[in-house]
Design a protein around this ligand. Structure first.
Ligand SMILES: [Zn+2]
Ligand SMILES: [Zn+2]
Length: 133
């Protein structure tokens, strides 16, 4: 394939330009967040209600609560393997391992929550999805 479907902006990008293109998305803004994060294409995201889905997480070390962007929530509800390395903390201004973050709505540890979503995905589909990005 000559083109790659970019998982950050969902444009088709010429293969030879993709690594530079991806680096631009992953570059950090002054506040420490990436320019863009991997998401599913808007047509492939979870479209149901987010009632009952945890959306804010607290980092006990700094005490600050961060809201998860909706497009990311709607992506990992479909594919819980998209993320997992860590999540941005507005208090620390950097990405923190999921093991250190807790949902304010449920009190559940984020790493544990991700594991549950992944287990449910594998029970339903039989295997993890192909890697992206
Ligand atoms: Zn892109
Ligand atoms: Zn923090």
């Amino acid at each position: 394939m000559l083109f790659i479907r970019c998982p950050y902006c969902h444009q088709r990008v010429f293969r030879f330009f993709y690594s530079g293109h991806k680096e631009n998305h992953q570059a950090l803004r002054p506040d420490g967040q990436q320019n863009e994060y991997v998401t599913l294409h808007p047509t492939g995201r979870y479209e149901g209600t987010l009632a009952g889905v945890p959306q804010c997480y607290r980092h006990p070390k700094c005490g600050v609560v961060t809201r998860m962007p909706e497009e990311i929530i709607r992506s990992y509800l479909v594919n819980p393997f998209l993320y997992g390395a860590g999540s941005f903390c507005c208090g620390c201004g950097e990405h923190i391992p999921e093991e250190e973050l807790f949902w304010t709505e449920t009190g559940q540890n984020m790493a544990e929550y991700t594991r549950e979503l992944r287990d449910a995905y594998i029970r339903k589909h039989g295997a993890p999805p192909p890697a992206q990005g």
